[in-house]
Write a protein that binds this ligand. Structure first.
Ligand SMILES: *[C@@H]1O[C@H](CO)[C@@H](O)[C@H](O)[C@H]1NC(C)=O
Ligand SMILES: *[C@@H]1O[C@H](CO)[C@@H](O)[C@H](O)[C@H]1NC(C)=O
Ligand SMILES: *[C@@H]1O[C@H](CO)[C@@H](O)[C@H](O)[C@H]1NC(C)=O
Ligand SMILES: *[C@@H]1O[C@H](CO)[C@@H](O)[C@H](O)[C@H]1NC(C)=O
Ligand SMILES: *[C@@H]1O[C@H](CO)[C@@H](O)[C@H](O)[C@H]1NC(C)=O
Length: 176
């Protein structure tokens, strides 16, 4: 009996080592992949071919007044120019959610129309504190090629005139 117990005990570290090894290789297999993409969101509220329309609001129902709800179907383009190649549409709403007008709460999908991601979406939610040079919103999930993704987008205003804006999006995604 004595030697048997001894040899079983001495097996223990080896078994533990194996479990640790297996655990590590599983962790490596499921390590997230990171994807980075940059595009521009064309938010045109006035002038020809408007794609962002304030639909409800309080006393000051401009895009930049507290309480205004804006519905968008904005072009998402490769470059800053309005006529630059379209890669998708930003469809949904943003709501001005700061008493001083300084925060647009984003709640929309980026629906890709380009060949690579056609039909897939990214779901966007977050505080777009537009007076800041840089701000960050969440990519809460996605569909199609972006199922289960999570990430964030760094936003910068590339063009702003009147209520029209072109926003540069630098998106970092993790796929599991
Ligand atoms: C508005 O749309 C029309 C028709 O698609 C197009 O011809 C025109 O160039 C557009 N204007 C702007 C400023 O995008
Ligand atoms: C509406 O709100 C915007 C942004 O806060 C401000 O620039 C504008 O002067 C306001 N307009 C009125 C009529 O209060
Ligand atoms: C886009 O518009 C600019 C003027 O705003 C023009 O110079 C350029 O040629 C246009 N590009 C395309 C691809 O139509
Ligand atoms: C994207 O898919 C739609 C149908 O789902 C199709 O009509 C369109 O041509 C496709 N676009 C590209 C760029 O593949
Ligand atoms: C996007 O962000 C990444 C990471 O912060 C950075 O390395 C890259 O230069 C940015 N790309 C552009 C075009 O700004």
């Amino acid at each position: 009996m004595g030697p048997v117990i001894f040899s079983r005990l001495s097996m223990f570290p080896a078994v533990l080592f194996l479990i640790v090894m297996v655990g590590c290789s599983n962790a490596e297999e499921s390590a997230p992949m990171e994807t980075n993409m940059v595009f521009y969101l064309q938010d045109w509220v006035t002038g020809p071919n408007v794609t962002a329309v304030p639909v409800a609001g309080l006393k000051n129902s401009t895009v930049l007044g507290f309480g205004t709800i804006t519905v968008i179907d904005d072009a998402v383009t490769e470059g800053i120019e309005r006529n630059s190649t379209q890669v998708g549409r930003a469809q949904g709403i943003y709501v001005n959610s700061a008493l001083d007008g300084s925060d647009l709460h984003l709640a929309f999908s980026i629906v890709f129309t380009n060949e690579k991601y056609n039909g897939s979406t990214l779901e966007i939610q977050g505080a777009d504190r537009w007076p800041l040079t840089q701000r960050e919103v969440s990519v809460v999930s996605g569909t199609g090629m972006f199922r289960f993704v999570r990430g964030y987008a760094v936003l910068e205003t590339a063009y702003f005139s009147g209520f029209n804006a072109v926003i540069k999006w630098n998106v970092t995604l993790r796929h599991y």
